[in-house]
Design a protein around this ligand. Structure first.
Ligand code: NAD
Length: 480
C-alpha cells in the first residue's frame, strides 16, 4: 500500500477525546492502587510475556507485511526474543529493584537512617517508532509495568498491521486501565504528547523528539527521549580489517540499516581506504550471497523512505563521489530492497553526511590517525552509538574518553544494546535518559529520598539559641 493511503486509513483513528478518556481511567485506577505489590507487577510482566509468546507467529507475519519483507530471524531476535528476555529479567530482579536502597548518613546526623524508596510515577506514555515496532513499544512497557505504573502506548502508523496487532494482543491480556493502546499518526501523536503524563518516553527522530519535549514541557511532564544520530564506526590501524568490516556489514545490514544504532559511516585509516572498501564488500557478499532474491534481507519500509535513500545516493553520485553498490538494486524495486551502497569520501555538505542515513547506504571516509577520527566525530552532534575496532587498548581508551556517545561496542556492532544490564539511551541530540534493566525501572520510578529521624535531631538546634546551641554547632562542624 502506498504511504499516503496507509497513513490516511489510520491517522487520527483515535482522537483526543479517546486519549483523554483513557488517561482519566488510568489516573483513577492508579489512585486506587498507588503501589502495586511485587506479585501484581510480576503477574503483569507474565501477561506481557504471554502476549508476545502466544502471538509470535502473528508478530512475525504482521511486521513482514508492514515492511514488505522482514526476515523472520531478525523479527525473532530483535522483537520477540529480546522483549521477552527483558520482561523475564525484570521479573527475576524486581524484588531487589523494589527494595529501598540504603544511603549513607553523615556522622553528625546519626543515628538517623536514610533511604531511597522507589515509588511508581503513575500513568506513563510511550510513543514508539516503526523500525522495531514491537521491541521499542514493549520493552519500555515492561520497564514501566515493573516500576508499578499504568501505561498508554502509541505505536507508529507506518507499521499499521503491527500496531493493530499490538492493540489486540495487549487488550487480550490487560484491562485498559492498566495498558491501553492508542492508534494513529501524527495528529494522534500530537494529542498524545499533550497529555499530562507522569512520564513520557518517546523513541523516534530528533526532529519529532524536540516537538514532543516542547509539548511535554507545557505540563512539566518529564521525558525520556530515545532519538537517532550519526553513529560512527572507527577502524583503527590495529584492527583485523576483514573481521571489522564483516561486523560493520552485519550491523549495517540487519533490518537493512533501519536501526537507530546502525553504523552510519566508517572512518578508516587513509592507507587502508581501498582495502576497507573491499573488505566491506566481501563482508556483505558473505552475509547475502543472493541479495537479489534472499528472504534474509529486509525491505525499506515505504516508498518514501526508499526514494529518500536513492536520492541521497544520487546526490553523492552527481557530486562526483565513487559509489560501490554490492548487488544490483534495479530488479528489486518492487520489494524496496536496497543493497549495501558504499559512498566513498563524500564531502560534509551532502545529505549522506548531514542526515542520519537509516538505510543500507554507508559513507566510508579516510582519516589520518586516531586524533583525526576523534576530531571528525566531535565536529558532529553527539552520536547514539560509537563503534571502535582494533587491538590497541590505549588508543581505544583515548577515543572513548575523548568522544561522547550514547553507548559503545568495541570490536563489534549493536551488542551494547542487547546487553539488558547496560542502560540504553542517547546523549545530547541523540537523546536523554535511558532504560533497559534497572535503569529502566529507575526511569519509571520516583526514587524518593526518605530521612528517618532517630535521635533528638532538630531539637538540639532549635531556638532559643544559647551557648549550648553554639557547642552543638561546633561539634557538628567537627564531625562534618
Ligand atoms: P518519527 O519521529 O517519525 O516517529 C516516531 C513516533 O512519533 C511515531 O509513533 C509517530 O506517529 C509519532 N509522531 C510523529 N509526529 C509526532 C508529533 N508531532 N508528536 C508526537 N508524536 C509524533 O520516527 P520514526 O521514523 O518512526 O523512527 C525513526 C527514527 O527513530 C530515527 O531517527 C531513529 O534513529 C530513531 N530511533 C531511535 C531509537 C532509540 O532507541 N534511540 C530506536 C529506534 C529509532
Amino acid at each position: 500500500m502506498p504511504d499516503t493511503a496507509r497513513s490516511s486509513t489510520r491517522d487520527a483513528s483515535q482522537g483526543k477525546s479517546e486519549i483523554d478518556r483513557l488517561f482519566a481511567l488510568q489516573k483513577a485506577a492508579f489512585a486506587r492502587e498507588p503501589f502495586p505489590t511485587l506479585e501484581t507487577r510480576r503477574s503483569r510482566l507474565d501477561a506481557l510475556i504471554r502476549a508476545v509468546e502466544k502471538n509470535e507467529a502473528r508478530i512475525v507475519r504482521a511486521i513482514d507485511e508492514d515492511f514488505g519483507c522482514r526476515p523472520r530471524v531478525e523479527t525473532l531476535l530483535a522483537e520477540t526474543i529480546i522483549t521477552v528476555a527483558a520482561a523475564k529479567a525484570a521479573k527475576r530482579a524486581l524484588a531487589q529493584w523494589m527494595r529501598p536502597k540504603a544511603v549513607a548518613t553523615p556522622l553528625h546526623m546519626l543515628p538517623a537512617k536514610s533511604r531511597l524508596e522507589p515509588q511508581p510515577l503513575g500513568v506513563v506514555g510511550i510513543i514508539a517508532p516503526w523500525n522495531y515496532p514491537v521491541q521499542l513499544a514493549l520493552s519500555p512497557l515492561a520497564a514501566a509495568l515493573a516500576a508499578g505504573n499504568r501505561v498508554m502506548l502509541k505505536p507508529s502508523e507506518l507499521t499499521p498491521n503491527t500496531a493493530s496487532l499490538l492493540k489486540e494482543i495487549l487488550a487480550a491480556e490487560f484491562a485498559e486501565d492498566v495498558v491501553g493502546v492508542v492508534l494513529g499518526g501524527v495528529e494522534t501523536g500530537e494529542a498524545f504528547a499533550e497529555v499530562p503524563f507522569d512520564h513520557l518516553l518517546f523513541t523516534g527522530s530528533t526532529a519529532i523528539g524536540r516537538k514532543v519535549a516542547l509539548a511535554a514541557a507545557r505540563n512539566l511532564t518529564p521525558v525520556t527521549l530515545e532519538l537517532g544520530g550519526k553513529s560512527p564506526a572507527i577502524i583503527d590501524d590495529s584492527a583485523d580489517l576483514a573481521k571489522a568490516a564483516l561486523s560493520i556489514a552485519r550491523g549495517k545490514l540487519f533490518n537493512a540499516g533501519q536501526t537507530c544504532v546502525a553504523p552510519d559511516y566508517v572512518l578508516a585509516p587513509r592507507a587502508k581506504l581501498d582495502a576497507t572498501i573491499e573488505a566491506l564488500a566481501a563482508g556483505a557478499r558473505k552475509l547475502y550471497p543472493e541479495i537479489d532474491t534472499t528472504k534474509d534481507y529486509a525491505s525499506i519500509v515505504s516508498d518514501r523512505h526508499f526514494a529518500r535513500l536513492k536520492a541521497m545516493v544520487a546526490e553523492a553520485r552527481d557530486a562526483g563521489c565513487r559509489i560501490v553498490e554490492i548487488g544490483s538494486s534495479n530488479a528489486l524495486h518492487p520489494q524496496r530492497k536496497l543493497p549495501l551502497t558504499l559512498v566513498v569520501e563524500p564531502p560534509a555538505r551532502l545529505a549522506v553526511m548531514q542526515e542520519e542515513i537509516f538505510g543500507p547506504v554507508l559513507p566510508v571516509l579516510a582519516v589520518d590517525g586516531p586524533e583525526a577520527a576523534v576530531a571528525h566525530v566531535n565536529r558532529g552532534e553527539r552520536p547514539l552509538a560509537l563503534y571502535w575496532f582494533g587491538s590497541d587498548a590505549a588508543r581505544c581508551d583515548r577515543t572513548l574518553r575523548e568522544t561522547v556517545s550514547g553507548g559503545v561496542t568495541v570490536n563489534d556492532t549493536l551488542f551494547h544494546v542487547a546487553q539488558e544490564n547496560l542502560p540504553f539511551g542517547g546523549v545530547g541530540k541523540s537523546g536523554q535518559g535511558a532504560y533497559h534493566g534497572e535503569a529502566g525501572f529507575r526511569t519509571f520510578s520516583h526514587m524518593k529520598p526518605v530521612f528517618y529521624q532517630k535521635g533528638p535531631g532538630g531539637a538540639l538546634l532549635q531556638p532559643p539559641y544559647t551557648e549550648k546551641t553554639d557547642r552543638t554547632l561546633g561539634l557538628a562542624r567537627k564531625l562534618m
